[in-house]
Design a protein around this ligand. Structure first.
Ligand code: ASP
Length: 360
């Protein structure tokens, strides 16, 4: 039975009276969830159970494919009828913009099917927050999309992948998860793509939303929501990657005491269309960096000023506004880069780009 919300009426003949009485039994079909696998630690094997940071290298340690990944956790069948697809199988530090465009395209195609209720994307944790935020801006559906990974390889002692995957599928199958934007489900926490950040190199509790509340929690594989995303996302987004083969190049400059404009100048020479400056405090920077950014702006690049500080807002201030720079608001440098790449597919007007940084 694969028809959604199927009402099956069982007709039972009563032999004695010779009539047929309907004995109604309502059988509600499970939701259909598509699992798209891209690789990462959740699909990795180590040489032994204590190989928790060094894995996936060497003979016999090839990545786990989608079939084995899903088969290892039969509990997910309780929540949904699963279809699986191997989109890539690489560590997330090796993914490219072209991979993103292909993944977004495929996700949109699958979500457009009336036979799919939600999507789970298994992904390496290193760039999981970036892929989640990119998809949050370009997925055209209100159906749940959940990114999940693990911090420990599948062979590790106390591997976190299996329960993370069960929770992700249960979340993607839940009607309560509709129109919440792209979500990350890790370690029993449901995070918004907008707020989430990897905050620890190895700990299973690495994914946090340092600037605000989480969306909710998974308790016994049931989502408990405590807040809703306040920023525009998915079906409400103005961005569209249909037909795009690449995105405008945007580079990030990391500012330190005494740093200069060398890397900003190099980004301009490399053909960047935009630069995000991860500045000090409320976007401050050395004079030499400011001079290089002003020169880049004069050459037509879009400049976003943000902060290397992990929490807080960078609001527009006099000198930066006068220079025609855009303020990053609450976006980290890595998320500012994504938003600027997409903004540049629509406009190069700093006021419009600032509106985009305020809204998304
Ligand atoms: N190296 C891994 C990655 O693909 C890390 C992880 O998945 O936890 O991002």
């Amino acid at each position: 039975m694969n028809t959604k919300k199927l009402l099956a009426t069982l007709l039972v003949a009563t032999g004695a009276c010779g009539f047929v009485a309907p004995l109604a039994a309502q059988v509600v079909a499970k939701p259909n969830v598509a699992v798209l696998a891209t690789g990462g630690t959740i699909a990795s094997r180590g040489a032994n159970s204590l190989a928790l940071t060094d894995y996936g290298k060497g003979a016999g340690l090839a990545p786990v494919g989608i079939q084995a990944l899903v088969a290892a956790v039969p509990e997910i069948e309780k929540f949904a009828t699963i279809s699986g697809e191997q989109v890539f199988n690489v560590g997330s530090s090796k993914l490219s913009i072209e991979n993103w465009l292909a993944l977004a395209q495929r996700t949109n195609e699958i979500l457009a099917s009336k036979d799919v209720d939600g999507v789970v994307i298994t992904h390496g944790t290193d760039t999981l927050e970036e892929t989640a935020y990119f998809l949050n801006l370009v997925v055209k559906s209100s159906k749940p999309v959940v990114l999940v990974g693990s911090m420990r390889p599948s062979t590790g002692l106390s591997a976190d992948g299996p329960l993370n995957l069960v929770n992700a599928v249960a979340l993607a199958a839940s009607p309560a998860a509709r129109d919440k934007g792209v979500m990350v489900s890790m370690n029993d926490v449901i995070s918004s793509a907008f707020g989430v950040m990897k905050t620890n190199t190895t700990n299973v509790a690495t994914f946090r939303s340092p600037d605000g509340a989480e969306l909710g929690y998974m308790q016994n594989a049931v989502p408990v929501f405590i807040s809703a995303p306040a920023k525009k996302h998915t079906a409400h987004s103005e961005f569209d990657i249909g037909g795009l083969k690449s995105l405008p190049r945007v580079d990030v400059n990391f500012t330190t005491l005494g740093s200069d404009g060398l890397l900003v100048d190099a980004a301009v020479a490399a053909g960047a269309k935009g630069i995000v400056n991860a500045g000090l405090g409320h976007a401050n920077m050395p004079v030499a960096t400011m001079n290089s950014l002003v020169a880049a702006k004069a050459k037509g690049l879009a400049i976003v000023v943000g902060s290397r500080v992990p929490t807080g807002i960078v609001t527009p201030t006099g000198q930066f506004t006068q220079a025609g720079f855009v303020s990053a608001m609450m976006h980290s440098a890595q998320k500012s880069r994504i938003l600027l790449m997409l903004a540049l597919t629509k406009t190069s007007d700093p006021q419009q780009i600032q509106r985009i940084f305020n809204e998304y």
